[in-house]
Design a protein around this ligand. Sequence first.
Ligand SMILES: [Zn+2]
Length: 216
Amino acid sequence: MKSVADAHEAVLATAKEMLHKGLVEGTSGNISARLEDGNIVCTPSSVSYEEMVISDLVLVGPDGTVLEKTEGRSPTSEIQLHLACYRAFEDVGSVIHAHPVWATMFACAHQGVPACVDELAIYTGGDVRCAEYAMSGSPGVGENAVKALEGRGAALLANHGMVAVGPTPEKALHIVALVERTAQIAWGARALGGPVPLPQKANDDLAGVYQLMRNL
Ligand SMILES: [Zn+2]
């Protein structure tokens, strides 16, 4: 993110887009972006996306210390998940946590979303793994998510939802939407006898494309 203002605007616009795409409802889910100085701007806890404005966003340090906020606002309750992703992956510029219906169905069954369409492998690096269960808001959510995110752009959070990482909020949201769409496709393909996995070479080649494009 070039500037603090750019990051704030991108986080706010993406938060509203996430609601409009039906990937969250109410005040659930959260978005953050990392600035060049390492600080992080994130959506606040318990503010509806429709009413959210720039001044509702909260600035925190890499350890979660609140650096700047409007009175009455606090960082998202899943801030530890975001911080864990930034700590583990230094190339990540944005983290999004969402509760999309189809992806969360897989998360409730503790099943990953298979890379049954080329597009998913290109934009996430392969199948979307399901992280082990940890209670919402606990540090375990981030610890488990980081393991499932190794080499990937997204992971499911068991009995909860999903998380996506990318260079910008816009690109991370694209991953969230793609995982949701692929979960729906995989579910439908199961009704037709089950999705046929991509050939291993195709999967490997597309995962290579993902690694090259991950930061672009
Ligand atoms: Zn959540």
